[in-house]
Design a protein around this ligand. Structure first.
Ligand SMILES: *[C@@H]1O[C@H](CO)[C@@H](O)[C@H](O)[C@H]1NC(C)=O
Ligand SMILES: *[C@@H]1O[C@H](CO)[C@@H](O)[C@H](O)[C@H]1NC(C)=O
Ligand SMILES: *[C@@H]1O[C@H](CO)[C@@H](O)[C@H](O)[C@H]1NC(C)=O
Ligand SMILES: *[C@@H]1O[C@H](CO)[C@@H](O)[C@H](O)[C@H]1NC(C)=O
Length: 200
């Protein structure tokens, strides 16, 4: 009788111990799972990615050039400015400028008004008009280089800019992010068309 009772008692103890182990295993699995979920979440949703700021669809309205001893050009363009936001939250950007240059010399610039690119979207700012002009006056090296480009056909310009702003992750977390533009524009002088446009 006493033996039987003791046996039951041991079995119950053993059962409780097994239950506790099972529970501990469940908790451990749950914790590991949570860690994985939180890590994945913070690596994707909560990670502020740098937006992309670039030019696209440039159209040449007019192009005039002068290949004299002081060569010059004047190009009127319209361009699309794109702000690509790959974040799980809106990107609010400040006023900025896109500056155009030829061989390091400034040839024109345009202001981009502050705005917002929604989460996982690309904001397109259409029909941005800019007048670009340059005259090589004093630098003979630059003058002959431009003269050569204008006569042989491909004029290469650069578009650069820096946009500052904030990414709003899950509406409350704000992270500063700035996007830089570095575009190389090759213009076919004869046909007055864009030969290539590459943005980094
Ligand atoms: C070209 O430039 C020269 C020197 O600056 C000027 O005398 C001439 O009028 C210009 N030609 C045109 C078509 O603009
Ligand atoms: C942004 O630009 C607009 C117009 O170009 C101007 O009215 C506004 O004051 C500027 N905002 C800032 C913060 O500079
Ligand atoms: C003249 O232009 C060339 C080519 O753009 C440049 O390398 C050089 O530094 C310039 N020289 C001066 C004195 O500005
Ligand atoms: C833009 O990219 C070109 C190479 O394509 C590089 O030489 C130049 O330094 C870059 N400019 C800026 C401002 O990052």
């Amino acid at each position: 009788m006493a033996d039987k009772e003791a046996g039951t008692f041991v079995n119950e103890k053993e059962l409780k111990r097994k239950k506790r182990i099972k529970l501990a295993i469940y908790i451990a699995i749950f914790v590991v799972f949570q860690v994985i979920v939180i890590t994945a979440f913070s690596l994707t949703v909560l990670k502020a990615k740098t937006p992309k700021f670039r030019l696209s669809d440039i159209e040449i309205k007019t192009l005039t050039r002068n290949t004299s001893s002081s060569p010059s050009f004047e190009v009127d363009i319209t361009t699309k400015v794109k702000v690509k936001n790959t974040n799980f939250g809106a990107y609010k950007y400040d006023n900025s400028t896109v500056a155009f240059s030829y061989q390091g010399s400034s040839v024109g610039q345009v202001a981009i008004q502050k705005g917002k690119a929604g989460w996982l979207t690309t904001k397109n700012i259409d029909g941005v008009a800019v007048k670009l002009n340059y005259q090589a006056l004093t630098n003979m090296t630059a003058a002959s280089y431009l003269d050569n480009e204008l006569s042989t056909g491909v004029l290469t310009l650069n578009g650069n800019g820096k946009m500052t702003g904030k990414v709003e992750l899950i509406w409350i977390m704000k992270k500063k992010k700035s996007a830089e533009m570095n575009c190389t524009i090759a213009i076919n002088v004869q046909s007055q068309t864009i030969k290539s446009l590459e943005c980094k």
